[in-house]
Design a protein around this ligand. Structure first.
Ligand code: AP5
Length: 239
């Protein structure tokens, strides 16, 4: 793990890029999970998804799952004091010591500040906040057609269909629709995004690490742009 020092980006808060500490920002359905799958493979990074962690906790009936379920079902955020400790533990774990891709955290300014404080103690910094820009009406179209495999692979009935309808391309498992992809919950999630999470765009812009992408392009095109940007960040660091 690189821990700062020369090359840490003098005059900027950008991290030394040999350690890729990436966060994904964007509204529900922007394609964060879709892109994370691909970037994780490109750069061999551990993937930490708060949504997946919470859904798994609900499924296994843990205390975290019990606390989170009612908020998730309503499309609201799980309280900061429930989620922050869980995610910081993942980010600070040995598996994430050389970098990670974080999807779904931070989602409030309080969460972002908690991450900054934890990182400051470790002498680490975020490399980039990758924002996927997608308008609300596109979010609604995407989420109503989304299907996922039990292992978390993401499909869309029209935009990213599996080879065999209703079956995962990788393991053949049956695809399901998420409980919070119902129209009234989608609307609530969008509302919560605009009020609680969108302020993070300015937060990371001020730190000089925001990277903005047009999330309305095809998944492959979005991926090409993100991969090129991350590769450039790495290259700049190596020069
Ligand atoms: P979470 O699971 O994080 O949900 P989300 O942020 O709402 O994001 P989604 O997973 O819905 O969408 P995505 O951007 O990953 O899009 P995807 O790639 O699937 O959180 C769920 C809940 O957990 C929250 O509501 C909250 O209650 C709780 N929670 C989580 N984190 C929390 C936190 N930090 N604090 C408090 N509470 C928290 O794509 C969507 C669809 O579009 C797919 O069908 C896909 O195939 C398709 N698609 C993707 N890209 C494209 C494209 N470019 N063109 C066309 N279609 C595309």
């Amino acid at each position: 793990m690189t821990t700062g020092g020369p090359g840490a980006g003098a005059g900027s808060l950008r991290a030394p890029v040999s350690e890729l500490n990436l966060i994904l920002l964007g509204p529900p359905g922007a394609g964060k999970g879709t892109q994370a799958e691909r970037i994780t493979e490109d750069f061999d990074l551990p993937y930490i998804s708060t949504g997946d962690i919470l859904r798994e906790a609900v499924k296994s009936g843990t205390e975290l799952g019990r606390q989170a379920k009612e908020y998730m079902d309503r499309g609201e955020l799980v309280p900061d004091d429930v989620i922050i400790g869980v995610i910081l533990e993942k980010v600070e774990s040995p598996e994430a010591a050389d970098g990670f891709i974080l999807d779904g955290f931070p989602r409030t300014v309080a969460q972002a500040e908690a991450l900054d404080q934890a990182f400051a103690k470790l002498g680490r910094e975020l490399t980039a906040a990758i924002l996927l820009d997608v308008p609300d009406e596109e979010v609604v179209r995407r989420l109503s057609g989304r299907r996922i495999s039990p292992a978390g692979r993401v499909y869309h009935v029209d935009f990213n269909p599996p080879k065999v309808p209703g079956r995962c391309d990788v393991d053949g498992s049956e695809l399901i629709q998420r409980d919070d992809d119902k129209p009234e919950v989608i609307r609530k999630r969008l509302e919560v995004y605009h009020s609680s999470t969108a302020p993070l765009i300015g937060y990371y812009e001020d730190k000089g690490i925001l990277r903005r992408f047009d999330g309305t392009m095809a998944p492959t095109e979005v991926h090409d742009h993100i991969r090129a940007t991350i590769a450039t960040l790495k290259l700049e660091d190596e020069l």
